[in-house]
Ligand binder design. Sequence first.
Ligand code: FES
Length: 153
Amino acid sequence: MRIALFPINKAVNAEAGANLLATLLAHAIEIRSVCRGRGICATCQVKVKGPAVAMSPKTPQEMKTLSLIDGADEYTRLACQFRALAEGLTIELPSGLFIEKLEEILNLIGDEAVADYRHPITGAILIPKDKIITRSLMQLFKNLTEEVNKVSQ
Ligand code: FES
């Protein structure tokens, strides 16, 4: 079964019933999974379109997390909780960069953000693309290490 991926214009093959996150990672598609597939972070969110019969139903954990993620809509799913059941799916990979460690952006102070920098748990855009990264913006990520540790254990 073929799954189309956007915006990278690629396709991957998967068995019916395959876990989407595992499929993407097996094909070396860059996607983060801060909570390691437990359905409690925002990093593996994707937008899925296609026939309803090709999509596994949302798990209770997925529904709970999606209700907390900034900007989630009717197409948003958690790749770690989603199974591809049949042909016809298109997957839009997450936009922006999920920051897992403050160190990832500390070195970029003074530069323009090359993408939306997003919180890995809430999915919130903390630094929009093209904005100059300032030291004061680091405040937005101040509890990042603790928050990431909490979901990744
Ligand atoms: S890896 Fe965290 S929700 Fe999927």
